[in-house]
Design a protein around this ligand. Structure first.
Ligand SMILES: Nc1ncnc2c1ncn2[C@@H]1O[C@H](COP(=O)(O)OP(=O)(O)OP(=O)(O)O)[C@@H](O)[C@H]1O
Length: 304
């Protein structure tokens, strides 16, 4: 499909997270409204509150019809709107206004909000897969192990931004004890210790760490990306690989590709998991399955 055949989107909802990315959004509504009105579109706004946002947004959407819904925030807001739209056929647009914006980067959406807004007029609809992880929705990346611990501490802290994340990660790294996992997928069984285990339909964290290079978001499969325990001396090399799309280069990494999986930590009742940036404790084992072609997204027309 080309830009000329892109769907005409007239009635638009912008789901706005007032606190995301520590970005001042005071003028945003006025800018978007003016931009849309001048071009014959209507823009409506919905503000998240941080409490019961999914149920409230679902209720709101059941009473109002929109041609597309834009998430104006970070990965948490994108995931919230994506979950409200999954299996509904209404396309998701993204205005990247968070601290990381991982899914928007994976979809090739411009990081400049003004350019991202232009997708209303020039876009290509794409239908991607999403995941169910322990009964919870995921549009992007989830993990067990080291990063989940860091995200949980980050979430509990008062300071946001990459500096706080790096400070917590450095502290946790020194005495982190990797867990042992038992993984059964529709393709294989794997047992072993892992420093970190990422459940990935997408490729890249908001931090630009490429945990799952060259994977498709619409192939009906997902990857379990394992970083096995490594000596401290190997850490810089692994970090370099993660920032240069070289995940498979290290002897301490492996990926399992599958359609469904059961992940357990023998002897544990619960497992800490971060899903699309939100830490949560799930019952052991964690069941994962793909929801093929379940989310419509607005992406740029190729070669523009
Ligand atoms: N009005 C609000 N007040 C406080 N918290 C809110 C509000 N709206 C949404 N939130 C919270 O914002 C978080 C999602 O933030 P989002 O990911 O969109 O932006 P972010 O700044 O990139 O966040 P992060 O740094 O955690 O990735 C969720 O935890 C959600 O509950």
């Amino acid at each position: 499909m080309t830009a000329a055949t892109a769907t005409m989107l007239r009635h638009l909802l912008f789901v706005l997270n007032p606190i995301s990315g520590d970005i001042d959004k005071a003028d945003l509504e006025h800018t978007i409204t003016t931009y849309c009105t001048e071009r014959g579109r209507t823009a409506n706004f919905y503000h998240t509150t941080g409490t019961d946002d999914l149920a409230k947004l679902q209720e709101y959407l059941s009473k109002h019809a929109y041609d597309a819904v834009f998430a104006a925030g970070g990965d948490g807001t994108v995931s919230l709107v994506a979950e409200a739209l999954v299996d509904k056929g209404i396309p998701l647009g993204i205005l990247p206004l968070g601290s990381g914006n991982g899914l928007s980067k994976d979809l090739g959406i411009p990081q400049n909000p003004q350019e991202a807004l232009d997708l209303i007029w020039r876009h290509q609809p794409r239908v991607i897969d999403t995941l169910q992880i322990g009964g919870h929705f995921s549009a992007h990346l989830a993990d067990l192990g080291f990063n989940a611990v860091v995200v949980e501490r980050f979430d509990q802290g008062d300071t946001r931004g990459p500096g706080a994340y790096i400070r917590i990660a450095t502290q946790e790294f020194l005495d982190y004890e990797p867990a042992t996992y038992h993984i059964e997928t529709d393709e294989e069984t794997w047992d072993g210790a892992a420093f970190m285990l990422t459940i990935a339909n997408a490729n890249t964290f908001g931090s630009n760490v490429v945990i799952n290079p060259d994977s498709d978001m619409d192939d009906g499969k997902f990857e379990i990306c394992l970083i096995e325990p490594f000596p401290n001396a190997a850490a810089p090399g692994i970090l370099y690989d993660l920032y240069t799309s070289g995940f498979d280069t290290s002897v301490y990494t492996r990926r399992l590709c599958c359609r469904q999986a059961s992940i357990s930590v023998p002897g544990e009742r619960d497992i800490l998991v971060q899903i699309d940036g939100e830490p949560m404790v799930l019952p052991n084992p964690v069941e994962v399955k793909i929801n093929h072609h379940s989310l419509r997204v607005l992406v740029p027309v190729p070669n523009e």
